[in-house]
Design a protein. Structure first.
Length: 474
């Protein structure tokens, strides 16, 4: 309810036209454009009206605010016209942090994007023949080298790969191509839901395939699949439990057994790996997470997986498998709707070339997984020495990093953590101050302490972390 006092304050507010015709606003219009300044002025005045209504401004405070209108409008412009998507420092120790963009790209990928995007490219042009080409060739040749050459002594059929915009799209395209209006047999223990409410049964409905559940949540045998096969069966589907585990009284059909069953009945076996690694995770101490080669060696006909998870590349959905099946998917009209652009191909090609060259450390995701606990501990000690102050209590403790991104949910990488408390601030307040720094620093909060894991902090970012901490405790 308006009082006489608040009504008087409202009358003191200038009109938008008065504000934008003032000298300060006129200068801003020359830099930002008249329309942008008008929008900013409206926002600033609306905020003042709200503060008057809420009782936050008296006459003196309002006069002070009105004297600084030009500065307030400029700040509003800077906020409105600056990038919303911006870099942050990931100090959580979660390597594939979905909320923070998953896999960071390597320098070669960034440079290849820049040189490809800055001008024209041969995305769909055959330079040798001078005719229209296919965008697939830029990465399929590398996938063939990485996959087919590894498998050629065990599986004579060639392996092809196509790229769509994410793994959900890969699953959708594969199901629609191979099982539209037919049945797909899946274990009840594999009807997973991942982040963003992506559910296998829902995607199956969208694809036109019919779900046929077999077994129980905790136990499904090969015989369960065999009993469910009918003349309407088009596909056997295995879904990797990438973000959860079932333990205890459990049983799961072996992939090789399902491959044998599929061949016996002349139907394909497909596996949704989700993350999908192209290197041996056991080399970094992670077990139980099948890679793409593991699936293909076990006889899987079609494998779907992500580009921005364990592969360490850009967001993409990858479909690798027998050439004939993959060709059918490429001919599906959905493929054009789901295909990716030149930027994704450029980043993916550069990432795959690093695999071909065995230059794993040039892929940030792989490099982070390979860093030793001892190396992280030394960096943590050096950083702690740079931020020594009575207001900040720092302890270096043992901890665990995780892969994240729905990969290897039960696996952890040993690490060393900076455990900190700040005088006068709760852990949540301390964490909030770090998020408000430039660049923002994202941390973990546990047991009343802020935890920084340098596994996911690039070494060149240590200085920015030290500066942010120094600024908070001053």
């Amino acid at each position: 309810m308006k009082t006489a006092a608040t009504s008087e304050l409202f009358r003191k507010l200038p009109s938008v036209d008065d504000v934008t015709s003032a000298p300060g606003a006129t200068l801003l219009a020359a830099s930002y454009g008249h329309d942008s300044v008008v929008d900013a002025a409206r926002s600033v005045l609306a905020r003042l009206r709200q503060e008057i209504t809420s009782g936050l401004l008296d006459e003196a405070a309002l006069e002070l605010a009105l004297s600084g209108l030009a500065v307030a409008i400029e700040n509003q412009l800077l906020h409105a016209l600056s990038y919303s998507l911006r870099p942050v420092i990931n100090a959580t120790g979660v390597i594939l942090h979905t909320n923070l963009g998953r896999a960071p790209l390597g320098e070669a990928a960034l440079e290849h994007i820049r040189e490809t995007a800055a001008g024209y490219s041969n995305l769909e042009f055959d330079l040798a023949g001078g005719e229209r080409g296919k965008r697939d060739v830029h990465v399929d040749r590398l996938f063939r080298r990485l996959l087919h050459e590894e498998l050629k002594t065990e599986r004579p059929a060639s392996v092809s790969t196509i790229v769509v915009n994410n793994n959900a799209a890969a699953v959708l395209l594969a199901l629609n191509t191979l099982a539209d209006d037919g049945e797909v047999i899946v274990s009840r223990g594999e009807l997973v839901e991942i982040g963003g409410s992506f559910r296998i049964p829902d995607v199956m409905v969208k694809s036109g395939a019919i779900l046929r559940e077999v077994g129980t949540t905790n136990r499904t045998r090969t015989a369960d699949y065999e009993r469910a096969i009918t003349e309407r069966t088009r596909l056997l589907l295995r879904v990797h439990r990438s973000n959860f585990e079932i333990t205890g009284f459990t049983e799961q059909a072996l992939t090789a057994e399902l491959a044998t069953l599929a061949r016996k009945h002349g139907i394909p076996l497909m596996e949704d790996l989700g993350s999908g690694a192209l290197f041996d995770l056991r080399s970094v101490g992670i077990s139980g997470e099948p890679g793409v080669l593991d699936s293909l060696r076990n006889g899987v006909d079609v494998v779907t997986y992500s580009g921005d998870k364990l592969l360490g590349g850009p967001q993409a959905g990858l479909i690798s498998g027998g050439a004939e099946l993959v060709t059918r998917m490429r001919s599906n009209s959905l493929f054009r709707a789901l295909r990716v652009d030149k930027l994704i191909y450029a980043a993916l090609e550069a990432t795959l070339l690093a695999y071909v060259r065995h230059d794993h450390d040039s892929i940030p995701t792989l490099r982070m997984m390979r860093i030793t606990k001892e190396a992280i501990g030394k960096r943590a000690e050096a950083l702690a020495a740079r931020i020594a102050t009575p207001k900040l209590r720092v302890e270096i403790i043992d901890g665990e990093s995780i892969v994240g991104g729905g990969a290897a949910p039960s696996s952890a990488l040993p690490t060393r953590l900076l455990a900190m408390t700040c005088e006068g601030l709760s852990a949540d307040q301390f964490s909030g101050r770090l998020r408000g720094s430039d660049p923002s620093i994202i941390v973990r909060v546990e047991e009343g302490r802020v935890l920084l894991d340098l596994r996911t902090v690039f070494p060149e970012q240590d200085t920015a972390v030290a500066a942010a901490l120094d600024g908070i405790v001053r």
